[in-house]
Design a protein around this ligand. Structure first.
Ligand SMILES: Nc1ncnc2c1ncn2[C@@H]1O[C@H](COP(=O)(O)OP(=O)(O)OP(=O)(O)O)[C@@H](O)[C@H]1O
Ligand SMILES: [Mg+2]
Length: 246
């Protein structure tokens, strides 16, 4: 469902020279699987996820989403994904419900089904109180919920979430976590990045640790424990970051 092969993305930076933001990264994510991408600030997570979402082109390697090539078939890829990032431009005068209807129409979801899905998402994400209030009157967490609902309105088989629970309170983060688990049960293929170790440990079937553009290790919690001799994900993570790149 998500196939990433020797993916590279470098940037030319006047001060820093060539920055290898993503360097020879390969992994696959299956339907019904939650794949966590972990790494320190600047590790290359967002760059990788933006390439999968067709917002940025790779400088090497490639990726397929739902069988479609991110470079050759970007429109088909976009139909197949729900993408959430920290900088979802939300129009101040729009309401969460209007946002969902707007993006659903862009994705050509039939009108009766779209209204039904919007209502269902409003209910499931606990948005009833503010679904018809303008974004400029909403809190960060409320906006984040609406941004999540927007990514799901066309019912895509693949979800790409860049730090979906950042800025959310414990209760709301729990709702979003439940939502991700529900999506997994529906057979969706989910890749997401987070800095919250307990959350990754709880949600992810497999975890990849990336640092300086390179995948240090990919595996289930048990596999990561066996490889590092550590128990908690936090310790595993720090251990992997300490290791030199082979
Ligand atoms: N447009 C750009 N031009 C130059 N360098 C960039 C650009 N976008 C990203 N980078 C660099 O690529 C590297 C990876 O950045 P990226 O945003 O992917 O990290 P991240 O893992 O998402 O970090 P964070 O946890 O802080 O969100 C960083 O060194 C960053 O400065
Ligand atoms: Mg990032």
């Amino acid at each position: 469902m998500i196939e990433v092969e020797s993916l590279c993305r470098s940037f030319q930076d006047k001060k820093r020279g060539t920055v290898h933001a993503v360097n020879q990264v390969s992994f696959t994510v299956a339907p019904g699987e939650i794949f966590g991408l972990l790494g320190p600030n600047g590790a290359g997570k967002s760059t990788c996820l933006r390439i999968l979402a067709t917002l940025l082109s790779p400088t090497g390697g490639g990726a397929r989403i739902n069988g479609f090539d991110v470079q050759r078939e970007p429109a088909r890829v976009r139909e197949s994904i729900g993408f959430l990032s920290g900088d979802m431009g939300l129009y101040p005068r729009m309401t969460p419900r209007e946002l969902m209807l707007f993006f659903g129409r862009l994705s050509q979801v039939p009108e009766p089904e779209l209204k039904r899905r919007a209502n269902e998402l409003i209910e499931r994400l606990g948005m009833a109180d503010f679904a018809d209030s303008r974004f400029d009157k909403l809190s960060s967490g409320m906006k984040q919920k609406a941004a999540i609902a927007r990514t799901l309105v066309h019912n895509p088989p693949v979800l790409i979430f860049d730090e979906p629970t950042a800025m959310l309170d414990v209760v709301t983060a729990g709702i979003v976590e439940g939502f991700i688990l529900q999506a997994k049960r529906e057979g969706k293929c989910i890749i997401y990045s987070t800095h919250i170790m307990e959350e990754a440990e709880y949600l992810c079937d497999r975890i990849a640790v990336i640092n300086e553009g390179r995948l240090r290790m990919t595996g289930t919690m048990d596999q990561l424990r066996a490889a590092t001799g550590k128990q908690r994900l936090r310790e595993i993570f720090l251990d992997l970051l300490d290791r030199q790149v082979a």
